[in-house]
Design a protein around this ligand. Structure first.
Ligand SMILES: Nc1nc2c(ncn2[C@@H]2O[C@H](COP(=O)(O)OP(=O)(O)OP(=O)(O)O)[C@@H](O)[C@H]2O)c(=O)[nH]1
Ligand SMILES: [Mg+2]
Length: 285
């Protein structure tokens, strides 16, 4: 049972939610005023798919990280800029030698070109729209490692993709970073939910396993295909994670940067793994 349902006030529904207004929902309070089903798909996109799953499928893996709305509110604060907590683009680096020496915990986003890395970071920073994150329809757009500082709490790094212009960018830049960056606490490996795991994704997954530091799968563009395709791709991914990985967090995060699905949950997870917030329920992973 989702805890959120208990917290929703009956009669406080916002009925007309266009794509634009979903994007503009800056505060979690507003999101939780949506009808329960809409709020759930915004906060916990997996809940939308659950009804389509066969009873025999074990759902626990999909809900390991299930924070309270209060935890998400704490994370929202971290993703909001203030004079004492500045969120900004810091620097770009073409080579590992040019990467800034930073002490705070770092998380990075990797994945095939065009999978939606920059769009996801832009969505994470939607509370501070002045932070410019460049997105493009053309694969291979991000050509450098772009560092964004979230106050003194943590750094988020947007990476060039693999698949297009790879292996050059990836091998020269991203691999050395992943293998040597000391303050890297999590790598987020993005996979396009509308097409599922590709050969290049499996190679990246193998590399993450070789590095042996914790990483997390993020399923992007979940708005782009039907429930059937998404579930098939998701279950296939789960199977690979279960059988072929040791360092991967068992729960994949489902997101749509376009519809804003799963962004609150991911913000909370990042705030949690970087030590930026303490979860109310300490039994959470
Ligand atoms: N439908 C849909 N499209 C998305 C989503 N996220 C990103 N896109 C689109 O996918 C394209 C690529 O997005 P980017 O965020 O630039 O992808 P990237 O992974 O940073 O690509 P590179 O920098 O080239 O490696 C753009 O046209 C985005 O609008 C999403 O959640 N849903
Ligand atoms: Mg990019």
């Amino acid at each position: 049972m989702f805890r959120l349902r208990l917290r929703l006030q009956p009669g406080t529904h916002v009925y007309a939610v266009s794509r634009r207004s979903v994007h503009k929902l800056a505060s979690l309070q507003k999101a939780t005023m949506l009808p329960p089903k809409k709020a759930q798909s915004l906060l916990y996109p997996f809940s939308e798919l659950e009804a389509y799953l066969d009873r025999s499928v074990d759902r626990t893996q999909f809900k390991l990280f299930h924070p309270s709305v209060e935890d998400m509110v704490k994370a929202e604060k971290l993703f909001s800029s203030s004079p004492s907590h500045k969120i900004d683009y810091y620097v770009s680096a073409e080579r590992m030698e040019h990467a800034p020496a930073l002490k705070q915990p770092e998380v990075c986003f990797i994945g095939r070109s065009n999978v939606g890395k920059s769009s996801l970071i832009k969505a994470l920073f939607s509370l501070t729209p002045e932070v410019e994150v460049r997105v493009s329809k053309t694969p291979g757009h991000t050509k450098k490692m772009n560092f964004f500082r979230v106050g003194r709490a943590f750094t988020i790094v947007d990476m060039p993709g693999y698949g297009h212009r790879a292996p050059k960018d990836f091998v020269d830049m991203v691999e050395p970073y992943l293998f040597t960056r000391k303050n890297l606490v999590r790598t987020f490996l993005l996979v396009d939910g509308s097409v599922g795991l590709q050969k290049a994704d499996l190679i990246a997954l193998e590399m993450c396993e070789e590095i042996r530091s914790p990483y997390v799968m993020v399923v992007t563009k979940t708005d782009k295909c039907g429930h059937g395709t998404l579930l098939t791709n998701l279950l296939n991914l789960q199977d690979v994670v279960k059988t072929q990985t040791a360092s991967c967090f068992p729960q994949p995060f489902l997101v749509s940067s376009l519809q804003f699905w799963g962004i609150y949950l991911l913000r909370c997870f990042i705030a949690h793994v970087t030590g930026g917030i303490r979860l109310t329920d300490t039994s959470q992973s």
